[in-house]
Design a protein. Structure first.
Length: 178
């Protein structure tokens, strides 16, 4: 079984810009610079023999290259506890189309994804239960004006992820041009 996800990789310039803001909070695990990405779909645990089906489904996407903008920061909570801090993506029709197209093609290939609202973002930190909520509020306020130059999406990557105590290890399995 492989733990798989589909993502848009960021340029080195955008990774560097995001990595430069990752400081000032205790009890968080910052996303390593080389792992910063915009997740499109988390596929979960998939049998290796389904890789061919995934590859066939995503070989010829109708989407074309497009730009997206990273602007602002936010967080996700679970049961009232902040667990993820992220950089936001400005709403984008091309990105929404790509998300839906990939979901439909994967469904046709027998890969069914849970229905959930798509909130495009780039995870910059994961929080422990000990994180100070006031620190997070100050961090989010400090970076509320974050705005990076447009980033180009011209391909999608399929990554496998192995969870280790020191952090996840990502392996590029396949790349799909737009």
């Amino acid at each position: 079984m492989l733990r798989l996800f589909l993502a848009i990789e960021l340029s080195p310039l955008h990774k560097e810009a995001l990595a430069s803001i990752c400081y000032g909070l205790n009890h968080v695990k910052w996303t390593p610079r080389n792992q910063l990405h915009l997740t499109l779909h988390f596929l979960g645990e998939i049998e290796e023999n389904k890789l061919d089906q995934i590859n066939q489904a995503l070989q010829e996407l109708c989407s074309v290259p497009f730009d997206f903008v990273i602007k602002g920061v936010g967080h996700f909570t679970k049961q009232g506890q902040v667990h993820t801090i992220w950089a936001d993506i400005v709403p984008n029709e091309e990105l929404d189309f790509l998300y839906q197209e990939m979901k439909e093609r994967l469904k046709e290939a027998g890969i069914f994804l849970p229905h959930k609202n798509f909130r495009p973002h780039i995870t910059i930190a994961r929080c422990s239960h000990d994180v100070d909520l006031q620190e997070i509020v100050h961090f989010l306020e400090r970076l509320s004006g974050l705005s990076l130059s447009p980033s180009r999406a011209d391909h999608i990557n399929l990554f496998s992820s192995k969870l280790k105590p020191e952090g996840a290890i990502y392996t590029l399995e396949q790349s799909y041009p737009l």
